[in-house]
Design a binder for this molecule. Sequence first.
Ligand SMILES: [Zn+2]
Length: 725
Amino acid sequence: MKTLLATAAGACALLTTLIASAAEKMPPDTPAAPASALLAPWVGPYGGVPPFDQVKVADLQPALEAGMKQQLAEIDRIANDPAAPTFENTIAAMERTGRTLDRVGTVYGIYSSTLNDDAVQAVEREMAPKLAAFSDQITQNPQLFERISKVYDTRTTSGLTPEQQRLTWVYYTNFVRAGAKLDGAAKKRMSEINQELAKLFTQFGQNVLKDENDGVIFIDKESDLAGLPQGVRDGMAQGAEGRGQKGKWAIANTRSSVEPFLTYADNRALREQAWRMFVNRGDNGGATDNNATISQILQLRAERAKLLGFPTHAHWRLENAMAKTPDRAMELMEAVWTPAVARVHEEVADMQKIADAEKAGIKIEPWDYRYYAEKVRKAKYDLDETQVTPYLQLENLREGMFYMAQELFGFHFKPVEAGKVPVYHPDVRVWEVTDPKGALVGLWYFDPYARKGKRSGAWMNAYRNQERFDGDVKTIVSNNSNFVKGKPGEPVLISWEDARTLFHEFGHALHGLSSNVNYPSVAGTAVARDYVEFPSQLLEHWLPTPEVLNKYALHYQTGKPIPRELVAKIEAADTFNQGFKTVEYLSSALVDMKLHLAGDQKIDADKFERETLTALGMPSEIVMRHRTPQFNHVFSGDGYSAGYYSYLWSDTLTSDAWEAFTEAGGPWDKAVAKRLRDNVFSVGNTIDPADGYRQFRGRDPGIAALMRKRGFPVPPAAPATAGAK
Ligand SMILES: [Zn+2]
């Protein structure tokens, strides 16, 4: 029954929508269902695979509804079981429910995130409140909660394994956190709030998407492209052609289109125009303006937190996170904020010097930052992104990731021959993953290219979780990104930053593939939000190793490996621009947390954002990475609300964990890799993450390694922030 326990992330990198699971056990009295392949257990090789060749969008809604109906019938049987509650007839039985909905939800999530069109959006608007009400119907079932409570009360004395005890704790706390202990009137209000929020989340996300789809700047003079590398120009020409403006160039209103333009375009007025278009998504008045929606979401969240007995939404959200309290998250953010802002002032001074030397006659503004930072990088480190890209071929780097997985975890990747497993788009490819003995570990789906209807960014998604309590079920995971597909036969070249993201998402995939647990609700990446980015961020560190670069970073024309001098420059420039990156991110994380600590006052998002940034001393040359009206992480779902700090929290662990390798035999140290796998990658949510980390590292993490990684001064008595109880 992972459906309602999984948090709908709808964000960054990890898509935990309605995750699927196999080992179908249809109860005999399942209600008659619509004739849809979506409802049937998955068939085919590898313990069954998603039936992508048989999906029709029109089937999604009836299938979701049939899945919900079936799960409610299953839940009713558990709730009304005349036998006394036990782990087996209550908790394990719950793990067996919702199999159909899990499978349908997986396909629905894939259509939402990668094949989204008007028809899918209509299903989303219809189903979001229904799925919210459905979750509440389960968590508010008093007979069911009573049984879960009984199992919970005796969990340490009834002979359960540690994993069974942890799973029982997960169920119990999730039910309590969803309002299982409230009285009838309060439960009713909770459910109203959740349904209203689900509608507002959908509206928020669709508004941002509409501004991104509709916003565009067309350029018709080639001279306005001065400074842009050929690859960027080609992409802009394609973009214009796709919008019926062949012969022009388009700046689309997306990060992947706007950021390269801001980095390279000499035309300052156009940079400003593009920057304004992008930072005002969701903030333009009219039908797609999100400010009123934000206000409503914040009030409903505050009311819900009060109902549940928490001072604010942030306190409720962080209760089961590794940070535990907003104070501890704020403490970490504030410790990093001050040195990061100080670094920004140094960076701006460097940029201003170059602008002055060029007699540009300007003061650095936000639309100048990326442009002049690039010039500083060239001047200081003699490093030019366009020198690096020819060595970064997507398919070679993918092989490099496989090499890393083999060396660290013993995983072997082999392509599944075309046609053996159905895919939802011809660009999608599938690999089978085996262990050193040749036994199946799982499947890895790879959907690398951008297309209309696919949300931007990169993410991992589990189609099926690993489990073993009812038979050995292998996981199915996927990585998704938005690279521009090259012409047939031509290699796809990517940036260093994109290569890092590729390794990051693959880290999430390996977290899923390494899972070695019994119960699906605690498998793979089903861990605390502020812990889940740790395994993925950690694996980014293997990209710059000589072993990966020498073998896999090969020039697309000469086949020669990337020169050592160039790698040395990349390494030297590693902490470059960290002031900008940290402040851009951290300002968003701080505003997110402060919005959700503000309680149930009526909030004007624009005003709140402005005043909060002023109070923080936000440098005027930088804008938040996600301004409030477009902050999908926080307002298109609950997943990262009061949780955007998680990336910094995880990076504290990441930086400290990487030093475990460098202090030992280096990145490929087998003993450290084994400890990492045994205590972090394979355990899912079967143990407390702080305990797992301590077993891996032999101590709690501190922030010193994080400060070193970002090139900030290490405070004299750096507190052991992240791991301390
Ligand atoms: Zn991630």
